[in-house]
Design a protein around this ligand. Structure first.
Ligand SMILES: NC(=O)c1ccc[n+]([C@@H]2O[C@H](COP(=O)([O-])OP(=O)(O)OC[C@H]3O[C@@H](n4cnc5c(N)ncnc54)[C@H](OP(=O)(O)O)[C@@H]3O)[C@@H](O)[C@H]2O)c1
Length: 153
């Protein structure tokens, strides 16, 4: 499973239910990565971003809601198992609650680290950088895209 996220240097990912920034080339890169793949969202993030992913197969975690156009799961293990059954690349696309639930299951992270700081109320979970190797860095005007690979041992 691949975790995909954009964050400030102090791990801000959201504000008031949305993104604190508008960085079109970062968002387009996100859409290109997940296009045609299996994507796991929390219900709140699905409501914001799900409509932008018509070609992806969406797996949504919710304790309650039924949603059109997505398969809803009450349990993260079941959502991940169903996503893996597709044979597609499985992405964990947030928000914070879903990153917390899936961080230990992921061996790869696609993280866009923004160059500017933004205020927010939602953060990516803390993780130990020493557990990971950065295998790729691409510089963009507003962010650095990094691929993190978990050390195996
Ligand atoms: N920068 C980025 O890359 C990025 C990516 C994604 C999201 N975001 C931001 O993150 C924020 C949203 O994150 P969030 O953590 O508040 O919400 P979220 O993870 O998107 O969704 C939370 C919802 O997921 C469901 N859920 C969570 N844990 C569950 C569990 N164990 N079992 C079943 N259902 C569960 C619940 O849905 P119900 O209430 O329906 O039960 C919960 O209310 C927004 O500001 C968004 O813009 C940023």
């Amino acid at each position: 499973m691949i975790i995909i996220s954009a964050m400030t240097r102090d791990r801000v990912i959201g504000r008031r239910g949305g993104l604190p920034w508008s960085i079109p080339d970062e968002y387009e890169q996100f859409l290109a990565h997940v296009r045609g793949q299996a994507v796991i969202f929390g219900r709140k993030s699905y409501e914001i971003f799900g409509g932008d992913l018509p070609d992806a197969e969406l797996f949504v975690l919710s304790r309650s809601v039924k949603l059109a156009g997505a398969r809803v799961f009450h349990d993260v293990e079941q959502a991940v198992a169903a996503a893996r059954e597709t044979g597609k690349t499985v992405f964990s696309a947030g928000g914070a609650s879903i990153y917390r639930l899936t961080l230990s299951m992921a061996d790869t992270m696609y993280l866009s680290i923004l160059k500017e700081d933004y205020e927010g109320d939602t953060r990516f979970p803390e993780f130990d950088e020493s557990d990971w190797t950065i295998s790729r860095r691409d510089d963009h005007p507003a962010f650095e895209f990094r691929v993190y690979e978990r050390h195996r041992g």
